[in-house]
Write a protein of this length. Structure first.
Length: 290
């Protein structure tokens, strides 16, 4: 999922991890209640965009591509919609992740699913107008040139096709509170706490969360900035939403009422016109013109 990073120790460690990522490290992301909630909420919102597109389409068979598929989880979780058939393809820069995805697909008895090694910074190994739906979750922030990737999606999409993308929101209200309002000591405590539980980026290694953000997230922006980036591409922004106000931390296991309060807060934020600016991840639905 990461093809280029700053050339220093932290960046090289992150790159090595993605090149050799293990299934158990990927699953370790779900050790925290808050992260599981954040991830499931994000996926559900992405699925809603896909469901709307499929239900408003006259066709019954859809070609799907997931760029940065890792071990295939998002394709295995792809929504099942009555009377619709999906031929699913996933690409990732990690040969290890692709191998695991292929093994998992076989064990699960998955049909109509293919995985290939491909770098998202480069041209994908498919012909023009090959896909109806493209998904990409938490990948574009790792890409050197986001506009290039968006235009590559445009090339791959059939006329009228959609791309559903999620990416961290660098200008979220939570980030504003941490960086501008809360004492620096509290910001450090939150980062340290998250580093302990945020194990998907190296379950068996000590990889500082702050270093990871700086070194792996080479194209990270706020919701308004993403709107401007999309305008530079050939795709049209159909809709933008957000995930959750905060992804979670180990304290949620100790104080369940905090998790409940966050869920109520998310429901309130969702009805605000500017809600994507408040939430930790931006979810964009983009469309290729007919």
């Amino acid at each position: 999922m990461v093809a280029a990073m700053k050339n220093n120790k932290a960046g090289q460690k992150a790159l090595k991890h993605y090149t050799n990522e293990s299934l158990f490290e990927g699953l370790s992301y779900y050790k925290m209640v808050g992260e599981t909630y954040h991830s499931r909420r994000l996926k559900k919102k992405m699925h809603r965009s896909i469901e709307r597109f499929v239900k408003n389409s006259s066709q019954k068979t859809f070609e799907v591509l997931d760029i940065g598929c890792d071990t295939g989880t998002d394709l295995f979780m792809f929504p099942k919609i009555a009377d619709a058939t999906f031929h699913r393809t996933g690409t990732d820069v990690s040969a290890g992740a692709i191998s695991q995805a292929q093994n998992l697909a076989k064990k699960r008895g998955e049909k109509d699913i293919t995985f290939k090694v491909a770098d998202a910074n480069k041209k994908q190994p498919f012909k023009d107008n090959s896909f109806d739906i493209i998904t990409s979750s938490e990948l574009i922030e790792h890409i050197e040139d986001p506009v290039y990737l968006l235009n590559e999606m445009h090339r791959l999409l059939k006329p009228g096709g959609i791309a559903v993308i999620s990416t961290p929101n660098e200008k979220s209200f939570q980030k504003f509170l941490m960086q501008k309002v809360l004492p620096k000591s509290m910001e450090k405590n939150l980062d340290d706490s998250r580093s302990v539980g945020f194990t998907r980026h190296g379950a068996n290694t000590k990889l500082d969360h702050a270093d990871w953000d700086e070194e792996a997230h080479i194209s990270i922006y706020g919701a308004k900035q993403w709107q401007g980036i999309v305008k530079k591409s050939k795709l049209n922004l159909k809709s933008m939403t957000g995930s959750a106000f905060y992804g979670g931390m180990p304290a949620f296991e100790d104080y369940p009422f905090v998790m409940g309060a966050m869920m109520i807060l998310d429901s309130i934020i969702d009805i605000l016109p500017s809600h994507p600016h408040f939430q930790t991840c931006v979810i964009m639905t983009l469309q290729k013109e007919n």
